[in-house]
Design a protein around this ligand. Structure first.
Ligand SMILES: N[C@@H](CCC(=O)N[C@@H](CS)C(=O)NCC(=O)O)C(=O)O
Length: 342
């Protein structure tokens, strides 16, 4: 029989061995990203306002700005991003196997995705819900009239799963018509393969801009689910998780403290301690994450604060025309609440 002390020695030896192996095995996405010189960011195959390429293949949108903000924090250069378009069905595997360093693509945070894929959500950059789009000529005005409808939807999404819940709960019948990409789903709807197109409401508004006559379709007032959308990383790298999480918080905190792309240089002279800390004046909030002290300054200078990003891509003067609603700061009645940078 082992004596207690021998047992303890063995245990502590095991513990040291485990610590050593795990620290050797510890993933460093930050190091890998810096070595290759760019951030591989997984985006959608094309959703206006969120992640969408122009005719020259330049990507823009609310989700793209999360990629750009992370690159600004990591490299001091928001341009060092390679965008990898991913369908809903491919996105999680692409992240899990390391094809992308970050998934930033209208992806709903759910329990299954957070706990069973080896992945973790770093936060929420858009609060959404699932809705329905119909042709105006259909005469349908509310979701309750959708009994027996053929519903175009993308496979591998929460939209597909929520539909099943919604119809079961309301004891209605429906015929799902699944598609792999948003283009295919939209074309299916346009070609009359279904009566309804169901997806996150933000994406329905985005898709509506692609109709020759956007007024020929309408989005029903019902929201049948909660869709908190946000960026996702691999679960094995807490440093990288913190970098992405605090990049989101920096965007939100900057808005809360009135720091904008235009005034960020003047704000370096601000006497407000929280702003000084945020911009790396007299404080270094970067070092513990492996970043330089001006990481948040670079985000704001190159990308802007959350409000600026929102207005630029999806706000009331953009093609999508959204009010801030739930995506407003907590101090103005919305849900955005970033922990303090200290
Ligand atoms: N938020 C939902 C739905 C996301 C989703 O992929 N929606 C479609 C709706 S149009 C889309 O973005 N497609 C873009 C693409 O296929 O690249 C989820 O995470 O499952």
């Amino acid at each position: 029989m082992f004596s207690l002390s021998k047992n303890t020695r063995i245990l502590s030896g095991l513990l040291v061995a485990t610590v050593i192996t795990t620290s050797f095995a510890q993933a460093s996405t930050l190091r890998d990203v810096r070595n290759k010189g760019f951030l591989a960011c997984g985006v959608s195959t094309g959703i206006p306002g969120f992640s969408n390429p122009d005719n020259e293949g330049r990507w823009s949108g609310l989700d793209v700005d999360v990629c750009r903000a992370v690159a600004a924090a990591v490299f001091g250069d928001s341009e060092k991003v390679r965008y990898i378009p991913l369908t809903p069905a491919d996105r999680f595997n692409a992240l899990a196997v390391g094809e992308v360093d970050l998934l930033s693509r209208n992806t709903t945070w759910t329990h299954t995705r957070d706990t069973t894929f080896g992945l973790i959500f770093a936060g929420i950059n858009f609060y959404d819900g699932q809705g329905f789009m119909v042709r105006r000529s259909s005469g349908i005005e509310s979701a309750e009239q959708l009994d027996g409808a053929a519903v175009c939807v993308q496979g591998g999404t929460t939209s597909e799963l929520n539909l099943a819940d919604y119809y079961r709960e309301n004891q209605l019948r429906y015929q799902p018509v699944p598609f792999a990409t948003s283009d295919q789903a939209l074309n299916g709807f346009m070609a009359g393969r279904c009566n309804v197109f169901s997806s996150d409401i933000s994406q329905l508004y985005a898709q509506r801009t692609r109709f020759e006559d956007p007024d020929s379709v309408m989005i029903l007032p019902n929201a049948i689910s909660k869709e908190p959308l946000g960026p996702v990383v691999r679960q094995d790298d807490m440093q990288w998780y913190n970098i992405v999480k605090w990049t989101l918080y920096a965007l939100v905190n900057a808005e809360e403290y009135g720091v904008t792309q235009d005034n960020v240089d003047e704000m370096r002279d601000s006497r407000t301690p929280v702003i000084q800390r945020m911009l790396g004046v007299n404080a270094d909030t970067g070092r513990a994450m492996g970043l330089s002290s001006d990481w948040a300054y670079q985000i704001i200078k190159q990308v802007g604060n959350y409000g600026e990003v929102f207005e630029r891509h999806v706000g009331k003067d953009s093609e999508l025309g959204f009010e801030r609603g739930m995506n407003e700061l907590w101090s103005k009645g919305g849900l955005l609440y970033a922990p303090p940078l200290r």
